[in-house]
Design a protein around this ligand. Structure first.
Ligand code: SAH
Length: 346
């Protein structure tokens, strides 16, 4: 069975041609899909015979809302979506003045093993299809009644570990007949897979690449992010510089502030040296504490920020949204899985 929402425009046209349909049908079907229809019968301007033919050959994915948590503080909405195989992923809808931003997941679980991250605790379960990533946007809009204008790929999973499906998703969500979200309104965050950064550079998209750096030297970075043992900080920087040279897009470096691990003045100075000569932006993230992890949030975020700024590094501190609703990635899924195991109702 073909998963309909994962098809590119081209593939959808071919499928409909095979079904003996005129060319204009592809656009019609594409538009329905991107309006989050839940059944083929909702595609009311298609002939009944075509709806039946599609039903026989294709799957129309419809995630269920397993949990919805709304922050009393700032209106942030956290979703836990149930997928067709029984697994679940999270998305977070954040309401900013410049528009609503959805943080989407691209994998169930994650293989990268970062020490501070809840998403990776059970390892990688599976990668999401392009349609399943898109569904998070479609159904968050449908459920909330809000329009999503920005997307950040900062939920569960590693986008560059699911490159092909993520790219398909980007093309789909960017389509003028779909949600029409411009690349400049999309950020993609990676733990720094070098081949993926190179492949993305080649495509020269106008999205914002965020690189989760979290430490300026190999010893500290490998401790926090096992993936660094294979990449190394210096090679990562080389690939990032090449990315900027190719795309002209400034990279945003994420830096989660961990008490006593990466938050000293010495670390700040090392970070300044590492980024010297690069057109870079540093985004300091107050660590979200994860129960299973001994790592604690830093109390030196402001000092660290000032030290970077004094030395000419542009730097922001991420605002915490939805901290009352487990909004950092992977936490809600963990809790629900744990409770399900114990047979409790969450
Ligand atoms: N795999 C991608 C995207 C996932 S998470 C990546 O590694 O970038 C998005 C960001 O949140 C990453 O920078 C990640 O390191 C960070 N993050 C994960 N868990 C966190 C936590 N408990 N506190 C603060 N930041 C966290």
């Amino acid at each position: 069975m073909t998963e309909l929402k994962s098809l590119t425009r081209q593939e959808l046209s071919e499928l409909l041609r095979e079904l003996g349909q005129p060319a204009f049908r592809a656009k019609q079907v594409f538009r329905w899909l991107h309006r989050a229809v839940e059944d083929f019968d909702e595609m009311s301007d298609l002939p009944k015979s075509l709806r039946e033919a599609l039903r026989e050959r294709c799957v129309l994915t419809v995630p269920t809302v397993m949990r919805r948590q709304v922050s009393a503080e700032d209106g942030t909405i956290k979703y836990l979506w149930g997928l067709r195989d029984g697994s679940c992923v999270e998305s977070v809808l954040m309401r900013y003045k410049h528009g609503n931003t959805l943080c989407v997941s691209c994998e169930v679980g994650c293989a990268m093993g970062c020490a501070f991250c809840a998403s990776t605790l059970g390892g990688l379960v599976r990668r999401l299809s392009a349609g399943e990533i898109l569904d998070q946007v479609l159904f968050a809009q449908k459920d909330s009644g809000l329009r999503v204008s920005n997307i950040v790929m900062m939920g569960m999973g590693e986008p560059l570990d699911n490159f092909e499906n993520v790219l398909r998703f980007l093309r789909l969500v960017n389509d003028p007949d779909g949600l029409n979200i411009g690349m400049r309104h999309i950020s993609l965050s990676t733990c720094g897979l070098l081949a993926g950064i190179d492949a993305l550079a080649e495509l020269d998209l106008q999205l914002t690449l965020s690189v989760s750096l979290h430490a300026p030297d190999d010893e500290t970075r490998s401790r926090l992010m096992p993936v660094n043992r294979a990449t190394g900080v210096e090679p990562l920087m080389e690939h990032c510089r090449a990315y900027f040279a190719r795309t002209g897009r400034r990279i945003s470096y994420e830096y989660a502030m961990v008490d006593g691990v990466n938050d000293s003045d010495e670390m700040a100075d090392k970070l300044v040296r590492l980024l010297r000569g690069q057109s870079a932006h540093v985004n300091l993230i107050p660590l979200n504490h994860v129960d299973e992890s001994p790592l604690k949030p830093s109390r030196r975020v402001r000092q660290f920020q000032q030290r970077l700024e004094r030395q000419g590094v542009t730097c922001t501190v991420r605002r915490r949204l939805g901290s009352d609703i487990d909004a950092s990635c992977g936490q809600l899924r963990r809790r629900v899985l744990r409770q399900a195991k114990k047979g409790e109702k969450a």
